[in-house]
Design a protein around this ligand. Structure first.
Ligand code: SF4
Length: 217
């Protein structure tokens, strides 16, 4: 099935993570409206997976989430929808509402489960809270995804491996799709300031490949 991605650049994020600037990586600072999405999917002629990437989907007000999700009913029959979101904005009520739609995956931007790393990155939650959100998504029967990062401030390979072990413990046989993102230094971010001050060094391409390879093993 074809994917139809919509990027909600930093839409509704509860705070600014120190490495993030989705306007810089996409070159656009606007977020497509539910009407934009509806117009695009209505013109599609075969079933598709509507994807809401970027931002923090379930941190939008409930009515706005519904407006975006409703687009799946205007798409060709058999279409599905997926979204990525922030672990802080997962609750039983949010997932109950999501359950009214053919949701193919809910991805959580977890980054790390190491409390020191999360604090250094201004993520705003603890590793235990992120795991609890992931567990809730799985318990409600959704296919879950976890977006992990490597090379974050204060992060080590061992702490990443420990993150994976903790996810494995709670998933209880349910599949969890893991995506691994090496941390890059983007202009106009607090991380760029740390880098300029010599307080942070990004991974080299080869170190990032080895680190990600260890996680895949
Ligand atoms: S990393 Fe995710 S939650 Fe953090 S500011 Fe960027 S889009 Fe928002």
């Amino acid at each position: 099935m074809k994917r139809l991605p919509f990027f909600l650049s930093m839409g509704s994020c509860p705070r600014r993570c120190i490495y993030c600037h989705q306007g810089e990586i996409t070159g656009t600072y606007s977020v497509p409206s539910p009407e934009d999405v509806l117009r695009t999917v209505s013109a599609f002629d075969s079933p598709c997976e509507i994807c809401f990437f970027g931002g923090s989907f379930t941190c939008f007000p409930p009515e706005k989430q519904q407006q975006y999700l409703e687009a799946v009913f205007a798409a060709p029959s058999g279409s599905t929808v997926r979204f990525s979101t922030h672990p802080e904005c997962i609750s039983g009520a949010v997932l109950k509402e999501a359950g009214r739609y053919p949701v193919s995956m809910i991805e959580l931007g977890i980054s790390s489960l190491d409390d020191e790393v999360l604090k250094a990155c201004n993520r705003g939650y603890s590793g235990e809270e992120a795991l609890a959100s992931l567990r809730t998504v799985l318990d409600e029967g959704f296919h879950a995804g976890a977006q992990m990062m490597i090379g974050l401030p204060g992060q080590t390979r061992e702490s990443s491996l420990q993150d994976l072990r903790r996810i494995d413990e709670i998933r209880k046989g349910h599949p969890v799709t893991i995506r691994i993102y090496p941390c890059l230094v983007l202009e106009k971010t607090p991380l760029a300031e740390l880098w300029r001050e010599g307080k942070y060094s990004p991974l080299s391409v080869s170190d990032a490949a080895v680190w990600a390879g260890k996680l895949l093993n």
